[in-house]
Design a protein around this ligand. Sequence first.
Ligand code: TRP
Ligand code: ZN
Length: 884
Amino acid sequence: MDIARTPSAPDGNPEMADAAPTPQEPVEIRREDYKPFPWLVPEIALEFDLGLEATRVVSTLTVTRNAKADASPTIRLNGDTLEPLSVQVDGEMASDWSMDGDDLIIPLAGETHELRITTQINPSENTTLMGLYASEGMLCTQCEAEGFRRITFFPDRPDVLSTYRVRMSGSKAQFPVLLCNGNLEAQGEGEDGMHWAEWHDPWPKPSYLFALVAGDLVANSDSFTTCGGREVALNIYVREGDLERTGHAMESLKKSMRWDEEVFGREYDLDLFNIVAVSDFNMGAMENKGLNVFNTKYVLADPETATDGDFDGVEGVIAHEYFHNWSGNRVTCRDWFQLSLKEGFTVLRDQLFSQDMGSAPVKRIEDVRVLRGAQFPEDGGPLAHPIRPDSYREISNFYTATVYNKGAEVIRMMRSMCGEGRFRAGTDLYFDRHDGEAATCEDFIKAMEDGAGLDLSQFRLWYSQAGTPKVSVKLEHAGDTATLHLSQEVPPTPGQPDKQPMPIPLRVALYDVDSQKHNGEQLVTLNESQESFSFSGYSKTPILSINRGFTAPVVIEREVSQSDLVFLAAHDDDPFARYEALQDLIVGHLKAAVAGDLSDTAKRAGEEAITGAVAAILADDALDDLMRGELLVLPSEGYLAETMLVADPAAIHAERSALRAAIASALEDDFVALHQRASAVAYDLSAEARGARKVKTQALIYLAAGNPDRAKAIAAEQYKNADNMTDRQGALMVLAGLDGFERTSALMDFYNRYQGNALVIDKWFSLQSMSMHPDALEHVKALAEHPQFTLKNPNRVRALYMGFAVNPQAFHAESGEGYRMIADLILALDPINPQTAARFVTPLGRWRRIEPKRSALMKAELERIAAAGNLSRDTSEQVSRSLG
Ligand code: TRP
Ligand code: ZN
């Protein structure tokens, strides 16, 4: 489809296109306006008459007045693109109902009533992938955050908890498998090839956790016995041909279930746990009670089609959704401002799980890299918000790296401050106290104070203040005492000009220069804007290692010599700190180079220091290859840009490429030797073999910068001999960035080899859009016309356009064409899938932090989007905040 020439999609969702003919005042939802719902809905019974084009839904609600809320003469039931076909109250047809916008208002006089409402939906036309929709012939739902109101009228808010009884019926040929939350209680055959199933979920839940799936699916079935002796049937449902790629997901699920028992004392609470994989999905996966729905990307994996990174992704997301059963489902959120209560906590839980399953230090480095790459830019841009936001227009826009990843860091700090044992006491108390409730972040904090014995009064600021704190560090030495001077500054963010100092826990160690050892690390907590800490017993100035393990999500600013960083990069016994020292060394050098602050001699000296540190890492036999591979990754251009007030993407790209080329030329033979050594390791999933594959591709990336012809030959060989996707993708990635016959033929081979496997074809798109090739932008333009490209599938859209948007060299083309392409995409995608469209506003929103010429071009594209009519609430909120 031609996005560049189709500013508005002709085949968009007609419901969306017709909506809001006159621009409506944006409605701001505010946290302080929270009021409990006037009615309780203890029970809901749903009947689904399933059809791809028409599904009829009859909903029966038992409602009773909420004694803890203000009384109301009516009940407001949320709807979205719904029409009530009939409304009954206590068995009688009602006619006194009315619509207020999308909501249904029914007058109710008594204490308790039964409401019966009929709606009809067209799942095939639902391209938003929210509510009930069709995906490759199957029907499935996505209700978080506000999708249930696209199915039936209901108080669609997380603090209304009900038990669900669901009867679903449909054609047995079309939908042989009928799934819903909870337990299957009855099933049977009807007339004319119809069949039905009745499901009951005994656990009260909010509507966002409802799910239903109907389709032609097969299951990988297994079982798990919980610590309490409950036998749980496990099923992973996929399309027929995908069954053989579900083994890793099943293993990951069983490991997650065991780990949550052992580490958090959480046992599963139903006899059945189902997972369904869907190819059209807006996010990674969804934790619906007893029926998790997954993006195929996070279920399917085998060595032939999935990289080591993909295997980790599956393991992490399976764990994440499973862990939500307690942190999210048993204890849910009072309102969507509390989203981090479940997401931040669950991300921390999945991170800790993955640390335990593999290499803990490598996992920590990867998590910090994600935080810096995705969350720091949020904190430093127009969309900055606290982990517990104060207001929103469209909640889908707040499923952010801030709420998820910074949210996890904030809870991790609590854990660092009290230690594992007390942390467990705190989470035990939290689960115990709030089981079955819709809780708040404040409830979590309080449980941590009471259970873990922490005083978090000042620490609460981490929930309310946005922005990444900057900590300035100075180490002074006199006599036998080293004094650490720390000061902090939380930068102003939109709506929050003035900030208060927050408690910042930092693990530190002081290295004695002679023995090259430290005598134990300490946790210091900076509470004030300025504080000093003294350490005695140092006759010479020690070398400071700070924020070890990345105890606090802050930026450390300090004057430190290159030689100290070289020392730490070689000797720090905290793996994260070692990584950090090398990163600091490189970032410091590149910032100075980009600013034009380096003489030729200084530049060469910097390159030599970095090359020396890289050489030491290549030669260090004590390092495992997984960690070696991690240490070899250069800071990304995006992260470098983030460390500068105003960035020139072209200069960053040039300097970073030059440094890589310098390292690669100096160490060419070492990289070739590393590649050869690693290539001798046979494929398996052990840490050793995974490490070998990681350094192999890192070596190729360096070689491509230092000696492209040699790299091309080795990469072509690696591609040809690959017996797994990690090697094949790594080689193809390097080839895609270079010119020549090898590039074309490998890309063609890859496409032909994996035609029909959507997830691998996604890789084919993203390898090209993310490539280092100077013509990447032209390639993306051509790929948008490819018959396999479609705006209807979010994975495909992300593969092509997110890959492009994070490729600075292509996206920031001087002409502004990259910005125009993303703006055209947003306008074309918005009527089809507003949630996914809105995610593409962020890269353009960085305009204030980019050099003036590009900045003006970016802003102009945002203004062009803003001027277009009929924008979704999702996109218009992001665009107006980005311009604001
Ligand atoms: N709760 C899901 C998770 O983090 C997120 C999610 C899945 C979601 N699908 C969504 C959020 C659609 C918003 C819209 O595990
Ligand atoms: Zn989640």
